[in-house]
Design a protein around this ligand. Structure first.
Ligand SMILES: NC(=O)c1ccc[n+]([C@@H]2O[C@H](COP(=O)([O-])OP(=O)(O)OC[C@H]3O[C@@H](n4cnc5c(N)ncnc54)[C@H](O)[C@@H]3O)[C@@H](O)[C@H]2O)c1
Length: 276
C-alpha cells in the first residue's frame, strides 16, 4: 500500500482531504498539533488510517513523521501541508507574537513539511507534495496582512522548490500550491460575527469536501498552482496586477464582504447553512 501524510488533519479541510486519500486506497497518517483530535479523526476514517501528534513548526518532528509514514505504509507517496492559522487584524495593530505565530505555522510549517517529504521522495524517485495556501497567497485582503505575508511566502517556496526539482532532473516529484476561497471550516465558522474576518466571506464559500475533491484531482493531473474556484483566481490576480486600483477599490470590496458575512450569519441562524 502507498502512504500519505496530512498535517492539521484533526478537522476542517485536513480531515476532508485525509478522507479522500483513504478512499483512494492510500494508507493515511493524520497529524495535528492536537494529537487526541487527530486520533479521533483517524478512528472515524477507519481502515489503515492512523494518527500522530505533529507540530509543523518542528522540522525534526516533520522528518520523523515522514519516516514513520514510510515505515508503516511502505512508502510516502503524498504529503499535504494543510495546517494553518488565521489571526485577522489591522497590520499596524497586530503584535509580534501574532505575526510570528502565522509565519511559523503557515510559512515555516509548509517549508518544514515540504523538505521532510522531498527528502524521502528523492530517495524513492517520485511523490507529490500538496501545499494548501489561500487566495491570500496571491493578494493581501484588508486586515489579513500577516496571514497574506505567510501565505505569499508559502507559495514562493512551493513554486521555487518545484523549479529546483525540475532543474535537478527530478521530474517525478511534484509540488503543488492550492489556493481556495473561503472554506466553511472551524477556522472561519466561528467568525461570522467578527468584522475583521469579512474578507473570508467575500467570494464563494466552499465546503471542505469540495476542496478535497480538487486536491485529489491534482494527484491524477499535477499542476504547480490551482485556485478554487478558478474565476476568483482571475479576479485576485487582476487586483495584484493593479495595486493602486486595488487600494482604491478596497472600501467597496470590504463593504460588500461585510454584507455577505452578515447574510451568512442570518443563513446559519435560520438553519439554511451549511447544507446537509
Ligand atoms: N477556512 C478558510 O476559509 C481557508 C481558506 C483558504 C485556505 N485555508 C487554509 O486551509 C488550511 C486548513 O484550514 P481549515 O480551514 O481547515 O482550518 P482549521 O482551523 O479547521 O484547521 C487547521 C488545523 O491545523 C491545526 N494546526 C494549527 N497549528 C498547527 C501546528 N503548529 N502544527 C500542526 N497542526 C496545526 C489545527 O489544530 C487545526 O486542526 C489552512 O492552511 C488554511 O490557512 C483556509
Amino acid at each position: 500500500m502507498s502512504g500519505a501524510l496530512v498535517t492539521g488533519a484533526a478537522g476542517g479541510l485536513g480531515l476532508a482531504i485525509a478522507r479522500r486519500l483513504a478512499a483512494r486506497g492510500l494508507s493515511v497518517q493524520l497529524t495535528d498539533l492536537d494529537g487526541a483530535a487527530a486520533e479521533k479523526a483517524a478512528q472515524e476514517i477507519g481502515g489503515s488510517a492512523w494518527a500522530a501528534a505533529l507540530d509543523v513548526r518542528d522540522a525534526a518532528a516533520c522528518r520523523a513523521a515522514a519516516a514513520e509514514t514510510e515505515r508503516r505504509a511502505g512508502s510516502l507517496e503524498v504529503w499535504v501541508n494543510n495546517a494553518g492559522i488565521l489571526l485577522p487584524g489591522l497590520a499596524h495593530e497586530q503584535n509580534d507574537t501574532e505575526y510570528r505565530a502565522m509565519l511559523e505555522v503557515n510559512a515555516m510549517g509548509t517549508i518544514n513539511g515540504t523538505l521532510a517529504a522531498v527528502e524521502r521522495m528523492r530517495r524513492a524517485g517520485s511523490g507529490h507534495v500538496i501545499n494548501i495556501i489561500s487566495l491570500a497567497g496571491l493578494v493581501a485582503p484588508a486586515g489579513y496582512a500577516g496571514y497574506a505575508a505567510s501565505k505569499h511566502a508559502a507559495i514562493a517556496f512551493t513554486l521555487g522548490t518545484l523549479t529546483d526539482l525540475r532543474r535537478s532532473g527530478l521530474d517525478r516529484i511534484h509540488v503543488s500550491a492550492v489556493c481556495p476561497d473561503g472554506i466553511w471550516s472551524p477556522m472561519i465558522a466561528g467568525k461570522v460575527d467578527d468584522p475583521a474576518a469579512a474578507p473570508s466571506f467575500s467570494g464563494k464559500m466552499l465546503l471542505p469536501a469540495e476542496v478535497a475533491i480538487r486536491v485529489e484531482e491534482l494527484l491524477g493531473r499535477p499542476r504547480p498552482l490551482i485556485t478554487i474556484p478558478r474565476w476568483r483566481g482571475g479576479m485576485t490576480r487582476l487586483l495584484d496586477l493593479f495595486p493602486s486600483l486595488a487600494v482604491r477599490l478596497m472600501p467597496l470590496l470590504l463593504a460588500d464582504a461585510r454584507r455577505r458575512q452578515q447574510r451568512f450569519k442570518r443563513r446559519v441562524e435560520s438553519g439554511d447553512w451549511p447544507p446537509a
